[in-house]
Design a protein around this ligand. Structure first.
Ligand code: ZN
Ligand code: ZN
Length: 318
């Protein structure tokens, strides 16, 4: 399924099977998770994607000729030599290339990957169940780490990433406060099933101050809302790659050593740590499967907030 230009729907096309360059693996795609970032690329909200482009950066597949199962994440390549890479921050690499953005991704039957940038996957997960771990899980995990040792964690938006982070946070003995779109009773019930201590609309104040809040919804107006819910010394983490403008807010919301920051991309060590932790929790991913040809429908359902957990394209699972 190919993106020819921003804002046009994806269309089905027969492309030649990709040829792996030295150091790359040819991978038969089994499943590919749909991420909000894919929607931002489709909508033209992120600059300069490769075009035409195959979206998708939560890929589960097998290496052709070996049968080994691998997971392919958003970070597809880093140079290993810039000042960020040398400091263990390859997520910020100046020349990073991202899967399903700079490189063709997993909305396809085959893809190629640099063998240094794919992961072994825990065996307890089926292909469909494993796909959401690769971005929703990973970015959520990095966001939670960056939030520090917060005891009371707020999650704004309860979609693909938050439904995984809530389970990890509970496993670590934290308390979880979930904010959904006002009136989303179904989303709130889902959050309570996964262990949320409190749920409410994003227009509500939590019953106690939060030590950290992670914003998954791409809505800049939630930044002052989350800061307002924060205790002194707390952190607001913006976990998405794109957000609408953040409205002006009074300095007193930041005063008291509150911190506002974003989380960007992932490092391979984030991936290794999280994929080892997930089966111990154990994280249970909730997925809605769509055939590859229905990628546009999956994206539209995500846009409308109608996916429970993660939408995953079932390309060739058995
Ligand atoms: Zn670098
Ligand atoms: Zn993603």
């Amino acid at each position: 399924m190919v993106l020819e230009r921003a804002t046009a729907p994806l269309h089905g096309a027969m492309l030649p099977e990709p040829t792996p360059a030295p150091g790359q693996l040819l991978v038969r795609v089994h499943a590919c998770g749909v991420c909000r970032t894919d929607l931002h690329i489709l909508d033209g909200e992120l600059p300069h994607p490769k075009l035409p482009l195959v979206l998708g950066h939560q890929i589960v597949g097998t290496v052709v000729g070996e049968g080994r199962r691998v997971g392919i994440p958003w970070l597809g390549w880093a140079d290993g030599e810039c000042r960020f890479c040398r400091a263990g921050r390859e997520n910020l690499c100046d020349r990073a290339r991202f899967t399903g953005y700079d490189l063709d991704g997993g909305y396809a039957e085959y893809t190629v990957v640099d063998e240094r940038f794919c992961f072994a996957l825990p065996e307890d997960y089926s292909d469909l169940e494993a796909a959401p771990l690769l971005c929703a899980g990973l970015i959520g995990y990095r966001s939670l780490r960056i939030a520090g040792n917060a005891e009371r964690v707020g999650l704004y938006g309860f979609g693909s990433s938050a439904h995984i982070v809530a389970q990890v946070a509970r496993h670590e003995g934290r308390r979880v406060f979930v904010f959904t779109r006002p009136g989303d009773d179904e989303g709130q019930a889902f959050a309570r099933e996964l262990g949320a201590d409190w749920t409410g609309g994003s227009d509500e104040a939590p019953p106690e101050e939060l030590d950290a809040a992670i914003i998954f919804a791409p809505v800049g107006g939630l930044v002052p809302t989350a800061l307002r819910a924060l205790a002194k010394g707390g952190t607001v983490v913006c976990a998405g790659i794109h957000m609408t403008d953040i409205p002006a807010f009074p300095y007193e919301l930041l005063w008291g050593e509150r911190v506002l920051r974003s989380v960007a991309n992932l490092t391979r060590s984030d991936g290794e740590e999280f994929l080892a932790l997930a089966p111990q929790v154990p994280v249970r991913t909730s997925v809605e499967a769509f055939p590859l040809e229905q990628a546009n429908e999956a994206l539209e359902r995500l846009r409308r907030g109608q996916v429970r957990g993660t939408a995953v394209l079932d390309v060739a699972t058995s």
